[in-house]
Design a protein around this ligand. Sequence first.
Ligand code: S5P
Length: 273
Amino acid sequence: MSLLTKTYAERASLHANPTAKRLLELMDRKQTNLSVAADVTSKAELLRIAEALGPYICVFKTHIDIVDDFDQDLVDRLVALAKEHDFLIFEDRKFADIGNTVKHQYASGVYHIASWSDITNAHPLPGEGIVKGLKEVGLPLGRGLLLLAEMSSAGSLAKGSYTAEAVRMARRNRDFVFGFIGQRRLPLHGEGDKIDEEGDEDYVYMTPGVGLEAKGDSLGQQYRTPRQVILESGCDVIIVGRGIYGGGDIAEKARTYREAGWAAYLERVGSKN
Ligand code: S5P
C-alpha cells in the first residue's frame, strides 16, 4: 500500500524514532495535522497563543531567540502546556554549522534547546557532520530532527541535487532524522540509491508557506492552501503562522485551518478514520 494512503497511525509503527512515533500517534488521536508557527516576540504572547491553540494543534513551533523576555519559566510553562494539551514542541532553530558547533548550540547556551524541544531542524548545507553532531545530543534524549530539503521562499537555493542529497543524508540517519521541511513528498530513489522493496521507509513532511487568504508577503514568502500541501503534494503537517495569529480570533482561525488540513488528509487516505 502506498504511504500516501496509509493513516498517520499506521505509519507510526514504521518509525524507530520515538518522537516520530509520538507525533504520528498524537495526530491520529487528536485528529489534527496543524502546527502553529508562533513568531511573536514576547513571552506573554507566546504563552497566550500556546494556551489558546493547544487543543487544535499537533505541534507548537517556536523561534525562541526572538522572544525579548525569554527565561527558563517560559520553557517550563510551554512544556506544561504541551503536556496538558497533548502537543509537541518544535524549536525551528535551522542549525547550519559544523557538527562540533551545532552540538553546543543545541545543548547549551542561553536556550538549552535539546532539554525542552521535541523536534528541531537543520540545513544539510554543511554536510553530514551536522546531523552526527546533533544526534550525539538529541538521540539519547529521544529527540527527532527534520532536514530542510526545500524552502517556501522565492528564489530558494534548496532544490535539485541539493534536495536529493538531503534525502540521502536522512536515509543514512533514520534513527534520528524522521522527516523533512519541504514543499512536497520527495522521491527516495535517486540514481544509485538502494531500492526500498518494502515501500515502508517513511518520512514525515512538515510544510510551511500555508495560507488560506494571502498569497505571500513582501519578503518572499509564498503561500499554498492546506489542500494543495496535504492532498496534491503529499505532505503531512501544515505549518501556519500569520494566517492564524495575524489578526482576528486566533482560535477560530486555527479551527478553520485544522478542518481544512484534516479534510485534505481524509480525502488522501480515503476516509479510513
Ligand atoms: O521554508 C521554510 C521553512 C520554515 S521552517 N519557510 C518558512 O516560512 N519556515 C517557517 O515557517 C518560518 O520561519 C516561519 O516561522 C513559518 C512561516 O510563517 P508564516 O507567518 O509565513 O506562516
